[in-house]
Write a protein that binds this ligand. Sequence first.
Ligand code: B12
Length: 321
Amino acid sequence: MPTILELSDEPKYTIKAVSAQTGVRPVTLRAWERRHEVLTPHRSENRYRLYSERDVAILRWLKDRTDSGLSISEAVAELRQMVRNGLWPEAVPTAPQAKTQATTVGPEVYANQLYKALIRHDEMRAGELFREALAGYDLPVLFEQVLVPCLTQIGEAWYRGEIRVTTEHFASSFLRGKLLTLFQTYPIRRGSAYIMVGGAPYEQHELGSLMFAILLRSEGYRVEYLGPDIPLDDLVDYAREERPALIVLAASAEESALAMRRLQEKLARLRPAPLFGYGGAAFNQRPDLVQRVPGIYLGATLSAGVEKVRTLFTAVSRTGR
Ligand code: B12
C-alpha cells in the first residue's frame, strides 16, 4: 500500500465525487476544511473545488479515524504529528477496520503464493500479495492463515536444505518490514491501557511478538513494541519508570522460556506492579513449560492471546486495579 504522500496531488475530483469515494458528506467536508484546515483543494477556472488522489486518501484516513471513535480534531492532530515525524500514513485500507472477506481466494492460496514469491526473492510480487491479503482479510486471518503458514513453509524448506539461509533471512526481513510499517500506521492511544510487547531473552524470532503488538494496537491499546531478546533486569527498570499495565513476552525455544522464570517475581515488587503475560511456540511444543514460568499464559495462538488480554483488562476495570 503506498503512503499518502506517494499519491498524486494533481487536482481532478469534484466535491461530489470525493464525497462518494470517502463517505464524507460535502457539508462535513467543507466544515473540516474550514475549521481544521485539513486540505486546501485547488479551484477550477469556474471556482469549483478540485481534489487530488492524495486529498481523497487524507480524507479516507481521517474518516477511518473518526469512525473508530476519535474526534476530528484528534484525528487531524494525529495526522499532523505523523507528518511532522516524516511518517506519512499508508492509504486506507491499510489500517483496517472490520473487514468483509472480500476476496474469493482462500488465505491458504495467499500463503502459498507469498511463499513462492519470497523464495524467488521477488519483492515486488510479494509486496502485491501482502497488500491484497491485507486488503482482503482481517488481521487475525492475515497473520494466522497467511503469514504463519507461509513462514512455516519457509522454515520447513530451510530445514530440508531446499532453500538457503540467505533466502530465509530475505523472507523474514521482508515480512518484518511490512509488519513494522503496519504497526506504525495505527495511532498511539495515550489514554488506553499501556502494554509493552517484546521477545524473551535470547529470542531472535520476533515476528510473532510483532504480530501480537499489531493486534493489540489495532484493538485500541497503547502498545510499545520493544523488539527481540530483551534483557530482563533492564526491562524491570524501564517498567519501574514507565509503569505499564501489562508486559507481554514471547518465546519460541525452551531456553528463552525458562529465562523468564524470575520476571513475575521481580515485577511484583514494583508499585504499581504490572501484569506479566507470555506466549509463543515454546509453550505449544512443551506445554509443561507453562507450569515452570510464573505469570499469565496467554494461550496457544495470537487470537487466543488477544482474547485473554481483553478479559484481563475487563477484570482489571471491574476490580478497579
Ligand atoms: C524466520 C525464522 C528465523 C529468523 C527470525 C527473524 C526474525 N526477525 O524474527 C532467524 C534467522 C533469526 C531465526 C533464527 C533461528 N531459528 Co528460526 N525460524 C524462522 C521461521 C522460518 C519463522 C519463524 C516465525 O516468525 N514464525 C511466525 C510465528 C508467529 O509462528 P509461530 O511461532 O508458530 O506462532 C504461533 C504460536 O507460536 C503463537 N504465538 C507466536 N508468538 C506468540 C506470542 C504471543 C504473546 C502469543 C499469545 C502467541 C504467540 O501464535 C501463532 C499461531 O497463532 C521458523 C519456521 C516456523 N515454523 O515458524 C524457524 C524456526 C522457528 N527456527 C528454528 C531454529 C532452529 C532457529 C535457530 C536455532 C537456527 C540456528 N541454528 O541458528 C535460530 C534461533 C535463534 C534464537 N536464539 O532465537 C526452528 C525451531 C525448531 C524448534 N522446534 O525448536 C524453526 C521451526 C525452523 C525449523 N523448521 O526447524 N529463525
